[in-house]
Design a protein around this ligand. Sequence first.
Ligand code: ATP
Length: 140
Amino acid sequence: MTIKLDVVTAERLVYSDEVDIVVAPGIEGELAILPHHAPLMTMLHPGELRTRKGTDEHSLVITGGFLEVRPDRVIVLADAAERAEEIDIARAEAAKKRAEERLTHRTAEVDIARTEAALQRSLARLKVAEKIRRRQRPIV
Ligand code: ATP
């Protein structure tokens, strides 16, 4: 028994597959969805979305959005999403640094909520990218 998952943004279809389980960063905590889960609609935090199909695991970063469980599928409508291997680490590091500097040297022009959100997006990207990098590191 599997469940169909589509992860979409306004720009593109990021991920689509039949999987055994979806684990998503819900605003009230991690959410595990198995086949035959009751219909549900929830908001998502910036964080990692994981899927597993047999022994095949995938990791994506979601910067926020909505998740809907329908009887026949799970749809994630994300603000932005990248597969772990698509994450540009240097870009995320730069975004993190920019946000941290804005928060340290606050001026009247700095929109704190917007900067905090940018920082959370960059941290989520770095966390997912680092996890994948460690998994791919050779044992010897
Ligand atoms: P930046 O300040 O670097 O643009 P951001 O957090 O403001 O980062 P978003 O608004 O979340 O960027 O995303 C804009 C677009 O750029 C989306 O299509 C997103 O997938 C892509 N994107 C942003 N950062 C990265 C990254 N580090 N690696 C890969 N794609 C990224």
